[in-house]
Design a binder for this molecule. Structure first.
Ligand code: NAP
Length: 283
């Protein structure tokens, strides 16, 4: 079997077009959506991510403000900027690009963002809303994965989903969203004994680890849906995911590529959360 490809670029384009329509409708009523993006330090990967987010905002008709600060910025200075953005009515979403320099407590910074403007969905209020099944802002990467599953038309009820990784920004919210969709969910992590035993039973696998090509073909049940969240840079400079794509695509039913899979959907969901935040603010 050769898996069908889930084209994240094409699907993200559709979502961005829908967001652009909603942003235009808001702007026509005098409520142009606004996103503030804060970058502290000069991490090259973060610079690329931030640039892509700002560019995507422009294309969707979302006003964006990029604030860049040197790594020497103090935590108090950053908290003061967030307080100002919380109070700014032209800004509906605030995104602080992670990672932050080690002298800044990232969780403290995230908690300073008003939950209504936390379009990354990392604030405990939004994490808690997801846990109890209330509508808050969902973290963009798992949200994008759910849209991909919806797009291919898989019925998740009764399916076994295995999420590899338990971070607060990907693995845990991914598992909760799958649970909410009535899948039976197994969460694997670095202390999981016999990972392959779990993944081989999965109808859906989400790999969110950060280890190049760690999910090999022998770990995948024929016909399974495989979503590859990982972004890893190889010594030759190329990007690859957590999935051994060439081999796994011969076994899986559906698979996402890296690049061009989950990544573009993450940005599309950031735009979607931002336009939703602006709609709520506009009443
Ligand atoms: P993270 O915070 O480092 O979490 C990685 C998770 O993988 C941890 O829960 C860890 O377990 C688990 N893990 C590590 N080694 C393992 C192993 N051998 N077997 C099973 N589990 C193992 O990373 P993250 O922020 O969730 O990101 C994961 C990957 O996704 C990274 O490559 C990141 O760049 C990428 N990413 C992509 C997007 C996108 O838009 N495509 C967005 C966000 C992240 P422990 O908890 O036990 O340590």
């Amino acid at each position: 079997m050769t898996a069908q490809l889930i084209d994240g670029v094409a699907l993200a384009r559709q979502w961005r077009a829908r967001v652009a329509e909603r942003a235009a409708a808001l702007a026509a009523r005098g409520h142009r959506p606004g996103l503030a993006v804060i970058l502290v330090g000069d991490d090259p990967a973060s610079q690329v991510y931030v640039r892509n987010k700002v560019k995507a905002c422009g294309e969707a008709g979302i006003h964006s403000v990029l604030e860049t600060y040197p790594a020497s910025l103090t935590q108090d200075e950053l908290l003061a900027r967030i307080a100002a953005l919380n109070a700014d009515p032209t800004i509906h979403g605030i995104l602080v690009q992670l990672p932050l320099p080690p002298h800044i407590d990232a969780q403290r910074v995230i908690e300073a963002i008003a939950p209504a403007k936390d379009v990354d969905g990392f604030h405990v209020a939004n994490a808690g809303a997801l846990l109890v099944g209330q509508r808050g802002y969902w973290p963009c990467t798992p949200y994008g994965c759910m849209k991909m599953l919806e797009h291919i038309g898989i019925e998740l009820r009764g399916k076994h989903a295995v999420v590899i990784g338990r971070s607060n920004i990907v693995g845990k919210p991914m598992a909760l969203l799958l649970l909410q969709a009535n899948a039976t969910v197994t969460i694997c992590h670095s202390a999981t004994a016999n990972l392959a035993h779990h993944t081989r039973q999965a109808d859906v696998i989400v790999a969110a680890v950060g280890r190049p090509r760690m999910l090999t073909a022998d770990m995948v049940k024929p016909g399974a849906v495989v979503l590859d969240v990982g972004i890893n840079r190889l010594p030759d400079g190329k990007l690859c995911g957590d999935v051994d794509f060439d081999a796994v695509r011969e076994v899986a039913g559906w698979i996402t590529p890296v690049p061009g899979g989950v990544g573009p959907m993450t940005i599309a969901m950031l735009l979607l959360n931002t336009v939703e935040a602006a709609e709520r603010a506009a009443g």
